[in-house]
Design a protein around this ligand. Structure first.
Ligand code: GLN
Length: 231
């Protein structure tokens, strides 16, 4: 095996903790559907990745200013983001849900009037919540990480938070003391992002690798590593 001197290394920004898509495992290794998928695609397509867990909002900002080559972070493909970024083919389905403390009586948006809601900076779920803020008359507080947002609700400082369905389901399954009270709204898909018009070669490699992994079972294997399809 010879090392190809032309092997390109791409800097990929991601979230610090957004399980099951990216998180540090017990051995302090960075894992998750996004991380494994990115690595498997890199292997399939013959390039290298330098994964940078810098937080969701920071990753998006860094991509916009051209400091990194791509972002994979459970990032929803939205019309607004498509103005600034080019996205891969969708690779995972999602939707926004409202989550409250396990012992809370709140089950609807109407009950948020005058109350405080926790959001995560720069996320699609936060934008969704902000679009409802005036109508339902709630106040908001923002956090950079999902964990801090969840804790604000668990501790009773906020009465609810808005998050993506698969992420919240995973958090609850792994012990976060919250419950989902709404059906998923505005369903969409996660995609890998590069700066608009830049790194098209990387984008094509991603799409090509993703298609191969979907065909050869590699994609399902990665998802099943983290998500119990029977629940
Ligand atoms: N899925 C959300 C979005 O696209 C949040 C992503 C994240 O927090 N890592 O905005």
């Amino acid at each position: 095996n010879h090392v190809n001197a032309d092997t390109k290394t791409y800097n990929i920004g991601t979230d610090v903790t957004y399980p099951p898509f990216e998180f540090a495992n017990k051995n302090n290794q960075y894992v998750g559907i996004d991380i494994d998928l990115m690595k498997a695609i890199a292997k399939e397509e013959g390039f290298k990745v330098n994964i940078q867990p810098i937080g969701f909002n920071s990753a998006v900002q860094s991509l916009q200013s051209g400091q990194i080559d791509g972002v994979i972070a459970g990032m929803a493909i939205t019309d607004e983001r498509k103005q600034k970024f080019d996205f891969s083919k969708p690779y995972y389905k999602t939707g926004f849900i409202m989550t409250v403390a396990k012992n809370s009586n709140i089950t609807s948006l109407k009950q948020l009037r005058g109350k405080r809601v926790a959001l995560k900076t720069g996320t699609a779920a936060a934008n969704y919540a902000l679009s409802l803020k005036d109508k339902y008359g709630f106040k908001t507080v923002t956090f950079d990480d999902s964990d801090n947002m969840y804790n604000d609700v668990v501790n009773g400082n906020s009465v609810a938070c808005f998050e993506d369905m698969p992420v919240m389901q995973y958090a609850i399954q792994t012990g976060t003391k919250l419950k989902i009270v709404t059906k998923p709204a505005q369903s969409g898909y996660y995609g890998f992002a590069v700066m608009k018009g830049k790194n098209q070669e990387l984008l094509h490699k991603f799409d090509d690798g993703l298609a191969k992994l979907k065909k050869n079972g590699g994609y399902d294997k990665i998802v099943n590593r983290y998500i119990n399809q029977n629940t």
